[in-house]
Design a protein. Structure first.
Length: 281
């Protein structure tokens, strides 16, 4: 099955407009500073503490803008290190990033962190941007996509997918056929998230959005039907519950996977997917 045109690149302008509207609504509705880590901070301060760190000591996560305290200090993105930390910090900053002040601070600080020489930090910036769900931060990924570090470039590519933006077909193909199953899993999960978002808008969608839904479904079907790792297949099946019903021959292939599966969870997910499409397992 040959996927068609990739994620539409025209969504950045719409996303920027939508972000401005969201910021205005947020400010009007709240009228106060968002609470981060159990403490009310101005949005820009919360972003600065979470990305760069603070000299203040802590005894518990509730005292930190990131919600994470370790060895009497608040963990920040600038500390470098693990991917989980970037995800955790992004989740903690959802409120501040929904404000104009918080978003402006994030764009400025992330650009500085991105341009550092630390590859681990560049990787963390890419993961943070993808996990944030803020499309206005997507342009910051461009230099990271061209990084000579395979790890940095890989995380930047996954971040592009998580934001629901276009990724070159060759790069996406390379991710879905990567030797490391963890990379393939992350790619399938990113495609699944984008498919869910697009499918929720399908009832009022333009032709371009409907084409994107079909395109994402096609990539996930390729993973479900062609990957040798049952974990990747299983995750692709879960993502496909948001996809439109495919051609009968594809349903037959999926039904065959369920019948021949030696893993109980895989057979269960095939059955659930087929029922979502109104088919018998």
């Amino acid at each position: 099955m040959s996927p068609g045109e990739r994620l539409s690149s025209g969504r950045l302008g719409r996303a920027t407009t939508a972000r401005a509207v969201a910021v205005a609504l947020f400010a009007a509705a709240c009228g106060s500073e968002p609470e981060v880590g159990g403490v009310r901070r101005p949005p820009a301060q919360a972003v600065e503490e979470a990305l760069l760190g603070t000299e203040a000591s802590c005894t518990q996560g509730a005292e930190c803008a990131t919600g994470v305290c370790a060895e009497a200090r608040c963990i920040s993105l600038a500390d470098g290190g693990y991917v989980w930390k970037a995800h955790t910090i992004a989740n903690a900053l959802r409120g501040p990033l929904a404000t104009a002040q918080g978003l402006d601070a994030a764009q400025s600080l992330l650009e500085k962190l991105r341009d550092s020489e630390g590859l681990g930090l560049q990787e963390g910036v890419a993961v943070f941007i993808g996990a944030s769900g803020v499309e206005a931060l997507a342009p910051l990924l461009e230099p990271l996509l061209a990084s000579e570090s395979k790890r940095v470039a890989l995380q930047a590519q996954l971040a592009v997918l998580r934001l629901g933006r276009r990724l070159e077909e060759a790069r996406l193909e390379a991710l879905l056929t990567h030797d490391n199953a963890v990379v393939r899993l992350a790619t399938v999960d990113s495609l699944s998230g984008a498919l869910r978002r697009e499918s929720q808008q399908a009832s009022r969608a333009t032709g371009a959005t409907l084409a994107t839904v079909n395109d994402l479904s096609s990539w996930l079907l390729d993973a479900a039907l062609g990957d040798a790792d049952h974990r990747v297949v299983q995750r692709a099946l879960v993502g496909l519950t948001a996809a439109p019903r495919p051609e009968p021959n594809v349903i037959d292939e999926l039904r065959e996977i369920g019948l021949n599966a030696t893993e109980g969870f895989l057979a269960h997910d095939v059955a659930r997917l087929l029922r979502a499409w109104g088919e018998s397992p």
